[in-house]
Each structure stands twice: as C-alpha cells, then as structure tokens.
Design a protein around this ligand. Structure first.
Ligand SMILES: Cc1cc2nc3c(=O)[nH]c(=O)nc-3n(C[C@H](O)[C@H](O)[C@H](O)COP(=O)(O)OP(=O)(O)OC[C@H]3O[C@@H](n4cnc5c(N)ncnc54)[C@H](O)[C@@H]3O)c2cc1C
Length: 334
C-alpha cells in the first residue's frame, strides 16, 4: 500500500545550511516523488512557524508519515513527536535524522556532507514507511537491583545501590562474601591492609536494611517480557525469584561461568563484554570487576571500585528513569 510521506529539512540557521546544501536535497527528494508527497526546507523547523508547516501539511495533504532532518534527536525528537501528534498523527509514525552533528559539524567538505545528508534522509524515508502506530503503556515496577557475586566489586556496587535507597539482593555462590580480597593480607600497589578495606564493607552490607544476602546460591535465569523483571535464584536445589530492574554481574575472574553462560550475554573467553557504561549486550544487565572485558582492561581492586561506581550510576537510571547518570559532586550546592 502506498504511503504519504512528508520530508522536512532544517537549515538550523547556518549550522546545517552552511555545510550542507539543504535546498538541493529537498528539491531532489521532492522531485524523486514515490511515496514522498511533500519535501520542504526551512530556516528553523523547530520554531513555531516551522512546526506549523508540518502540522498544516499533515492535515491538508493527509500525510501518514513524517521525516525530519535536522539536529540530534536528543535535542528535538520530543518537539517533533509532539508536533505531529498535535496534528492527529501517531507520534511513532515519525523518523528523525541528525544531519547537523553527523554531517555539517564534522566536516569542511560541503559536497560530501551533502551526499551523506541526502543518503541519511533517503534511509529515513525507507525506514519510516515500516513504522506502525504504537500506544504507550505503563507497568508497575519494583525499584530494586540484584548483584551476582559478593567480592569487592559486588559489595561496593550493592552498598552504593542500597545507600541510594533501593533494595538490592546479593547472590554469592560461596558460603561467605568477600571474594578474592578476603584471601589477601596486603594489596598492591599501596600495600594497604586488605581486611581494613574489606571488613567495613562486609559489615555494612550485613546490617544494611536494604540489602539481602543469599549465599551458596546461583542465578539460574533472567525473567522478563522484553525487559528484565525478575531473577531466578537456585539455592540448594530450591528455586526462588526476586524482582529486579537491573542486574550487576560481579563474579570476578571465574574458571567456570556455570549458569551464567545461559543468560545470553556476549562473552569473551571467561569474561563478559561491556561498554564504557558497564552495560552488557543484555538490556538491564551490567557488570563490574574482574568479570568484565574491554580493550585495555586491568584486573585490580581499584579498577573494580571505579567500575562499580560506573555500573551503579548507570543502573540507577535503569531502576529509576528520573535519576541521572552523573550523580553530582559533594561540593555542589554547598
Ligand atoms: C593471587 C592474586 C593476587 C592479587 N593481588 C592483588 C593486589 O595486590 N592488588 C590488587 O589491586 N589486586 C590484586 N588482585 C586482583 C584482585 O583480587 C581482583 O581485581 C579483585 O578481587 C576483583 O574483585 P571482584 O569483586 O571483581 O571479584 P572477586 O573478588 O573474585 O569476587 C567475585 C565473587 O563472585 C562469586 N562468584 C563467582 N561466580 C559466581 C556465581 N556463578 N554466582 C554467584 N557468585 C559467584 C565468587 O565466589 C566471589 O565471591 C590479585 C588477584 C589474585 C588472583
């Protein structure tokens, strides 16, 4: 079935137009026809007159899909989604491409920037035609997390989550928590007493009202309809579940990944591949400590501390979408 697509390309003043031939792209896309019913360019599409152009076209030309080529979707996707929905179009029938940060701002070659911008717009036109109207829904969630592994990385992660006011479960396969650090007297490179760092953490974890510790247990499954909702735990053959919005895998350097192999995580040898935010390939599952793998990884306690902080801040946003990844500095506001 043919579609009725409207294409709108923004100059962003000279931000885009200075390096991308916006008018040429708009004319060529319009002349190519096909499912494109209208192709327009305007100085500032995000302005009220720019948005009005789109709204009027949706109504008058009976558009069923809209493509916007302008700045980063982070900046104005909500603006344009609101704009199309004000004209009665489902907001998800809209597609946006970033020809500012991805084209005009990253080159001084006007010809190549124009070629790339046109290709992005054409890609968006091809894509938007597959969009279907969607309806948002809300589900009650339990703002809680689960940490697998009670070594220094897992304990640090759990404490940070608990101190932020969220419930957290630690699942440890051994009888006691502490991990490898519990076996050391002093630690390289500072020759600090290992117990002096570890014991305050194990004690606080043990008494923190937001923390539940389950030892001699393993995570045997992640349960959820598209996104993680619950975690299955097996302890002495007995299977239970805990609600969790995020899981942080902090299993350390393990010889046998056991049940974790079945989670569907991207592994490299015996490690879990993470990005710079400590996210694994599995939505809502993060990792920290010796278990992680990325270029240049160093397996030291201090690195685990840093990764725990990164994982917690990124997990916080998963648990509570109103939270911020950057927690701020203690000196702020003082
Ligand atoms: C011999 C040796 C000496 C070291 N010396 C130093 C040093 O001097 N200075 C330094 O900075 N670093 C040192 N390191 C490195 C340091 O020990 C690690 O970087 C650090 O302990 C990693 O912490 P972690 O929490 O990631 O892992 P770990 O301390 O290994 O903790 C992982 C925890 O996860 C649990 N676990 C594993 N699998 C599962 C599972 N399937 N389910 C549930 N729980 C699970 C484990 O039982 C363990 O409690 C040394 C390492 C070794 C091996």
């Amino acid at each position: 079935m043919s579609k009725r697509v409207g294409v709108y390309i923004c100059h962003c003043g000279t931000n885009i137009d200075g390096m991308v031939d916006v008018e040429k792209i708009s004319d060529e896309i319009g002349a190519a026809g096909g499912d494109v019913v209208v192709s327009r360019h305007y100085k500032y599409m995000c302005s009220e007159p720019g948005q009005k152009l789109i709204r009027d076209d949706i109504v008058e030309l009976k558009l069923d899909h809209v493509v916007e080529a302008s700045c980063s979707p982070k900046m104005h996707e909500p603006t344009f989604r609101t704009c199309v929905s004000q004209a009665g179009m489902n907001q998800y029938m809209f597609e946006m491409v970033n020809i500012r940060e991805h084209c005009s701002w990253v080159t001084d070659n006007r010809d190549l920037a124009t070629v790339k911008a046109k290709a992005l717009v054409e890609g968006a036109i091809a894509r938007v035609k597959h969009h279907k109207p969607l309806v948002g829904s809300k589900k009650p969630v339990t703002p809680a997390a689960l940490v697998v592994g009670g070594g220094i990385a897992g304990l640090t992660t759990a404490l940070k989550i608990a101190r932020s006011g969220y419930k957290v479960t630690i699942v440890e396969k051994e009888e006691i928590i502490g991990g490898r650090m519990a076996q050391f007297d002093k630690t390289f490179p500072t020759l600090d007493c290992a117990g002096c760092t570890l014991t305050p953490k194990t004690s606080e974890v043990g008494r923190h009202p937001n923390i539940e510790i389950i030892t001699k247990a393993e995570v045997t499954g992640l349960i959820g309809d598209g996104v993680l909702e619950q975690v299955e735990i097996t302890q002495a053959g007995v299977v239970t579940t805990r609600k969790a919005q995020a899981v942080v895998a902090a299993l350390g350097f393990v010889a046998d990944l056991g049940a974790m192999k079945e989670w569907g995580l991207e592994l490299e040898k015996r490690h879990v591949v993470v990005d710079s935010a400590m996210h694994t390939n599995f939505k809502r599952v993060l990792a920290a400590g010796d278990i992680t793998e990325y270029p240049g990884k160093v397996r030291l306690i201090a690195v685990g501390f840093g990764e725990a902080a990164t994982a917690v801040n990124n997990a916080a946003v998963v648990i509570d979408p109103t939270a911020h990844v950057f927690p701020g500095h203690s000196s702020e506001g003082s």
